[in-house]
Design a protein around this ligand. Structure first.
Ligand code: ZN
Length: 112
């Protein structure tokens, strides 16, 4: 790699530039590489699959961890998308359960 201050080529492993003594910021950045929250991914995937409630829980957990470490964890958009999909899935699930109960009542209890 090249020194960000003087532009001379330095070893990848060196913490300081041996020519000008500038600390190697790129190495520090590389150590703090932000990663996508696994919870956010899980939330989005479960949301797409139409699983109710779980994407909402995972989404909230992901958003809280992103809020705590905004530089280390990404995936805010995914968590929000998962939350919305989870909410939509939940509404459909309620309608479906309601319909199943309604239809089941008619089926199991014949009208008098
Ligand atoms: Zn330098």
């Amino acid at each position: 790699m090249y020194c960000s201050a003087c532009g001379k080529e330095i070893e990848d492993e060196s913490t300081f530039c041996k020519y000008c003594g500038t600390s190697n910021d790129k190495k520090i950045e590389r150590h703090n590489v932000s990663k996508t929250s696994g919870m956010a991914i899980a939330s989005l995937v479960l949301g797409i699959l139409g699983v109710p409630l779980l994407p909402i829980i995972f989404g909230i957990v992901a958003l809280k961890s992103i809020q705590r470490q905004p530089n280390q964890i990404t995936g805010r958009g995914m968590a929000i998308a998962g939350l919305i999909l989870g909410a939509i899935g939940f509404v459909f699930w309620i309608i479906w359960i309601g319909f199943a109960i309604y239809a089941g009542r008619g089926y199991f209890m014949p009208p008098r």
